[in-house]
Ligand binder design. Structure first.
Ligand SMILES: [Zn+2]
Length: 488
């Protein structure tokens, strides 16, 4: 039976403020347990919360970037529940008047059709609606040991921004794309570390299935405990299969919260899902509601950085990059900055993009480093490209040279001299090498003379090998043709 997958995501983001959201305690990560606490974040009776202006500012920044409508009136509510990591017995959050609502975020989805060899991928833009963005405080952290559990309250009161999407994603892949696009925006805004392993970004997923003809949504489960974007995708893939299996057997899906077990790659039941009324939400009496000052919002709007989508369009227009190349380069802010600096030093941006997306990215991926940690000054990459253009080195040598630059951090000009990598421009040397190759490969030479034009590529390759890539392949091709035709 044909099912449609329906996915909505809730992202919790720790905002990178210096102090907590309702008190002055530090938010430094990794300090000794229970050293960054005070009566406010521990919930001592009589202590009063004061809202951190910076947290509100960062929340508004994210809301604007996600095209949301920001509320005129800000109000906080108490979400009541008992858990050992919540000393107050309630969390200060926002209920029916969130900071912002009705936003949207675009993702680029690819629909492939046709058979593998001539697969055509249509890239289309899909808008994922953002239901709400609200500000709340984080809880403490529990450490479970063999026969005891320990609590660290340092995390209590760290500002969290919850970003809730509408259930607009229809595959685990789309959920992955949404998270990637969201993270890219958050990094451009510089509002959070966005580190899923350190839990500064957390994601819960709601997923249900319905028959394609059905209007009504199916019963959903909520999946927690995923610690990477790939983990979110894997958990949703597993959950899709699990729910589909149940539905096909005529069984019922139970509305519940399930934990993703990374090691086993499965989701396991945790608890039945609470409803909003279980939390007894009521307005926080210690924080009076207030109106957003127009000037406060205006100053945030004025200081918004350029966001990935805008930058992408600018790169297409200013540097004549393809949409695909521009999209890849702007998805990481540091890469985009790197590209622009190179483009100011070297006149062919398309060539820079090719090298970045090709050899530089391949090196980064193989060595698991980011462009920031890479030993490759913008002036070195652009300098190397100029040396290819002026014929100092061949494109083939440049590929090895690039790795040398990255590994030694040395100037390309110096390395070329040290390693003797200059292009061979002496025609006599090239002729000697081709003569040798023809003598060593009589069969290929004969094939070419008998009309097998392809055979020449093999011989060119042999000359390139002999000269360690330092010969200009076009010139070698020309010399070989002249020599072999002369023989004929
Ligand atoms: Zn505190």
């Amino acid at each position: 039976m044909d099912y449609e997958i329906v996915i909505g995501l809730e992202v919790h983001l720790q905002l990178n403020t210096k102090s907590k959201v309702f008190c002055g305690c530090s938010t430094d990560f990794g300090s000794a347990p229970n050293t960054q606490v005070c009566p406010v974040c521990l919930g001592f009776p009589g202590s009063l919360p004061v809202l951190n202006r910076r947290a509100l500012e960062l929340g508004a920044k994210v809301s604007i970037a996600l095209n949301c409508q920001i509320a005129e009136k800000i109000r906080f509510d108490r979400k009541n529940y008992f858990y050992p990591d919540l000393p107050k017995g309630y969390q200060i959050s926002q209920f029916d008047q969130p900071l912002a609502q009705h936003g949207k975020l675009s993702i680029i989805v690819g629909n492939s059709r046709g058979r593998s060899l001539q697969k055509i991928v249509d890239k289309t833009e899909k808008k994922i609606r953002i239901r709400r963005v609200h500000l709340e405080e984080d809880t403490g952290k529990l450490f479970h040991q063999k026969d005891s559990s320990l609590i660290d309250f340092n995390r209590c009161g760290i500002p969290l921004l919850e970003i809730v999407s509408e259930p607009d994603m229809n595959s685990p892949e789309e959920a992955y794309l949404y998270l990637t696009a969201l993270k890219s925006i958050l990094e451009y805004l510089d509002v959070s570390d966005c580190n899923m392993e350190e839990a500064s970004l957390r994601c819960d997923a709601n997923i249900s299935l319905r028959k394609k003809a059905d209007k009504k949504l199916g019963t959903k489960t909520e999946i927690k405990n995923m610690n990477s974007f790939k983990g979110v995708k894997a958990a949703l893939e597993y959950e899709t299969k699990r729910q589909m299996g149940l539905l096909e057997d005529g069984k019922r899906i139970i509305q519940e919260t399930r934990l993703y077990n990374t090691e086993k790659g499965v989701t396991e039941p945790m608890r039945s899902k609470e409803e909003a009324h279980d939390y007894r939400y009521f307005p926080e009496p210690d924080l009076a509601p207030f109106n957003f000052e127009k000037s406060f919002l205006k100053s945030i709007e004025k200081n918004m950085p350029e966001l990935p989508e805008h930058k992408k369009n600018r790169f297409i227009k200013d540097y004549q990059l393809s949409g695909y190349d521009a999209g890849i380069i702007v998805s990481d802010k540091n890469t985009a900055d790197y590209f622009e600096k190179c483009a100011s030093l070297y006149s062919n941006p398309k060539t820079i993009a090719n090298w970045l997306i090709g050899d530089v990215f391949a090196y980064m991926k193989a060595n698991n480093v980011s462009i920031k940690d890479l030993n490759l000054k913008e002036s070195y990459l652009s300098g190397m490209l100029r040396m290819i253009d002026s014929g100092v080195i061949t494109g083939k040598v440049a590929k090895t040279l690039l790795i040398e630059i990255i590994q030694t951090g040395k100037d390309p000009g110096k390395l070329i001299k040290e390693k003797g990598l200059e292009q061979i421009s002496d025609v006599k040397l090239l002729e000697a090498a081709t003569d040798q190759v023809i003598a060593e490969n009589p069969k290929s030479a004969e094939d070419f003379k008998n009309g097998k034009d392809n055979a020449i590529m093999f011989l060119v390759g042999k000359v390139m090998q002999k000269t360690k890539g330092r010969a200009d392949p076009n010139k070698v091709n020309e010399i070989l043709r002249n020599k072999l035709k002369g023989d004929a």
